[in-house]
Design a protein around this ligand. Sequence first.
Ligand code: DX5
Ligand code: ZN
Length: 225
Amino acid sequence: MLNHRSIEIAPSILSANFSCLGDQIQAVERGGAGVLHVDVMDGHFVPNITVGLPVVKSLAKFTRLPIDAHLMITQPGVYAAQFVEAGARMVSVHVEADAHLHRTAMSIKAAGAQAGVVLNPATPVIAIEEALQFVDYVLVMSVNPGFGGQQFIPQTLDKVRRLRQMIVERQLNVRIEIDGGVDRANIESVVAAGAEIIVAGSAIFGKPDAEAAVRELREATVQWV
Ligand code: DX5
Ligand code: ZN
């Protein structure tokens, strides 16, 4: 069941060198990245501030990779469709931040992108049981959102397995993305658990050769493809 899936590596630019972001993105393109993960933080939902709409707009014109905007902001419903207009092809919002998830997901889809819902480490899978029917992917946080370079929370593996089971039982076409603390040592276990879009920040941009780092992560997943 888990064989013959398409596994994509999604480098997170949070750990990139922003003074030469274009070069860094070209390196991960050469390494075989499938998606470019952009972490949007507002200093309210999470205790950090990163980038927003203008950066997504510039990057969308620059890269051939689909941009995956991970919104760690309060009131994501106000901004989600604007990220699609800026060029994001995937936009995810936290279930903890949005009381109107159905409306937000519909606004993302109506604008022409894939809609995702994100679960913090302490948020149970059951919180998105209804939402599974109207999203394209679920992003499971394997660290507390806000910062790159944190330790993978091991209980996440079982959470991904349970989510995978829920998706299979309901015969839904929903992909699982995982984000936080993924590296060469644990990537095989996250893929084995059922994740298909694998975000990695410091395991790619924290390395001297980002291109080689993406290639290595990809190669570690080939048995599942
Ligand atoms: C954390 C972000 C992640 C982060 C992952 O809030 O959502 O995307 O960049 O970084 P690593 O891979 O270093 O944990
Ligand atoms: Zn992220």
